[in-house]
Design a protein around this ligand. Sequence first.
Ligand SMILES: N[C@@H](CCC(=O)N[C@@H](CS)C(=O)NCC(=O)O)C(=O)O
Length: 197
Amino acid sequence: MTLLEKGVTIETVRIDALNGENREKPFLSLNPAGQLPALKLDDGQVLAESVVIAEYLDELFPEPPLFGRNAEERAVTRMWIRRVTLKVAEPMEKGFHFGRGLARFEGRERCLPGTSEGFEALTRDGLEWFEQQMQGKAFLAGDRMTLADIVLFAFIDLGNRVGQPLDPTNRTLAAFMERMGDRPSATTSALLISKLD
Ligand SMILES: N[C@@H](CCC(=O)N[C@@H](CS)C(=O)NCC(=O)O)C(=O)O
């Protein structure tokens, strides 16, 4: 979505994460954390961590800004990204990896079987908190769409796919999902992903 928002195209290489290609050489020599995405720069350096990659791309291709036009706006964006990461992304991922995704992930990382329900509850609490925070606002940072919204959108979407659906009583977030889902960057990326299946 970051690339599509900016109208930037880059060369892509498909890695079969479902079958664990990302956890083996040669991918591990690019990203020792064994996760996607990774961005190889022209000088051979490799960046990993999706938010870091997005911020790097935002610096290279500043329009439209996904972090902000000044230090204060960028700080506010980073604050929301961190909150989405801590309150939604991390517990959701653990809930998935330690529960429904256990068969896939137990050979890849330390899993804590039997704890997924607790993590799923933490995720629901986090989403409830965002439901309150989003009241009266179009986006997390107010009236400007930022990477924080893309991250929240992507994780709520992931939750819908891995058995942690958004509680429909979170109406403000449901409306946010519709708004974000209507963006050309969202419809196009969904189309691109469906072609990979
Ligand atoms: N903190 C990393 C997390 C990346 C992540 O969870 N990537 C998934 C995307 S499919 C992945 O590689 N999953 C397969 C695996 O962990 O083996 C980031 O934000 O880039």
